[in-house]
Write a protein that binds this ligand. Structure first.
Ligand SMILES: Nc1nc2c(ncn2[C@@H]2O[C@H](COP(=O)(O)OP(=O)(O)OP(=O)(O)O)[C@@H](O)[C@H]2O)c(=O)[nH]1
Ligand SMILES: [Mg+2]
Length: 321
């Protein structure tokens, strides 16, 4: 069909493909959640229903988009990681950010009644903004997630001591604010201690935020240089309390995906299942298959130190090449 005379307007559109060979981090953040949380009676400083709804929405998003390698969330924000090799939506910035933020928001609103059965959504309805940032190196990506987790720690310590001063210490909000002005972490911990609170005993989910990723029943380490695949059971440092399972309460719900067809089942920790020479291509294909079949999990663990990344080499694996 012939172009209409209006077709030319398309030429006003600008390409917005994100830089090739760079990691992409997309961070979304709740709009006006200070007021939104008050309107919906979120408990202070942290509301377990709110964090679980955020985590569930991120989990479903990771299930929808296998290209998302990892998500990290705290408060009203979530960051999603895409690999330097991803060609999702031709790396178009607007398409990536708008799809991720609108899908997340749709899940958030859709599942709201499950997590807040006694708190109907009131207008203005929840919405989120989103931005994409490209990072050229694994170090930058690690530093990005460290930045968010350190922020989580700083804000959570402040909020915990602030509300302890108000609720347990009987201070007004303004008084509590002035009491905390200029205090360092050590002093905040001492104030908490004086009010009978040991910050280190506060739940990990508030102190560490939420890490959402695909957990392989076994980790497949692909050594690109030697093309040797070593399949070992995944070891984690999490406690049972950290784990969200399908049998948990709605507040802890996660998506359970089916096991891989060839799953070799549970094996004693540390036991090497098989070690074989294989081509790099085969190993990658196998890794992809396992990742597809993997369960999306939520953990409240440290992502600043090396342990998490070493235990889950598939997350940054591609970028290591
Ligand atoms: N009470 C309570 N408030 C929460 C919780 N999670 C998030 N919030 C609120 O959400 C806010 C999120 O911070 P910001 O994103 O900086 O604030 P915002 O109001 O969303 O502002 P914009 O993002 O700039 O639109 C926090 O300051 C809290 O007021 C929670 O579990 N309990
Ligand atoms: Mg916000």
């Amino acid at each position: 069909m012939a172009n209409s005379k209006y077709e030319y307007v398309k030429s006003f559109e600008r390409p917005d493909n994100l830089l090739p060979n760079t990691w992409i981090v997309i961070r979304l953040d709740g709009r006006g959640f200070h007021k939104f949380s008050a309107r919906h009676n979120f408990s202070k400083p942290n509301d377990p229903r709110a964090i679980s709804l955020m985590n569930h929405s991120a989990t479903l998003l990771l299930r929808d988009l296998p290209e998302l390698l990892l998500a990290y969330g705290v408060s009203d924000e979530f960051s999603f990681l895409l690999s330097p090799q991803t060609t999702l939506f031709e790396r178009r910035e607007a398409k990536l950010t708008s799809t991720i933020v609108s899908t997340f928001t749709a899940y958030y609103v859709h599942h709201w009644p499950t997590y807040f059965p006694t708190e109907p959504l009131k207008e203005p309805l929840p919405s989120f903004d989103a931005r994409a940032v490209c990072y050229p190196s694994v170090t930058n990506v690690r530093d990005y997630f460290s930045w968010r987790q350190v922020d989580c720690h700083i804000n959570n310590l402040y909020n915990t001591v602030f509300w302890a001063l108000v609720v347990k210490g009987g201070l007004g909000r303004t008084e509590a604010e002035s009491r905390l002005k200029g205090t360092l972490a050590k002093e905040k911990n001492e104030i908490l201690w004086g009010l009978g609170v040991n910050y280190n005993c506060e739940e990990e989910k508030w102190r560490k935020g939420s890490v959402v990723f695909r957990e392989l029943k076994k980790s497949v380490e692909v050594d690109a240089t030697t093309a040797t695949e070593t399949t070992t059971p995944t070891t984690t440092t999490t406690t049972p309390a950290d784990k969200n399972t399908a049998t948990a309460q709605p507040s802890d719900a996660v998506v359970q995906e089916g096991d891989g067809e060839d799953d070799e089942g549970d094996v004693p920790p540390g036991k090497i299942l098989r070690k074989k020479k294989t081509t790099k291509k085969q190993a990658k294909k196998e890794q992809k298959r396992l990742l597809k079949a993997a369960e999306v999990v939520v953990r409240h663990i440290d992502i600043i130190e090396d342990a998490f990344w070493n235990e889950h080499p598939s997350i940054l694996g591609e970028g290591m090449e």
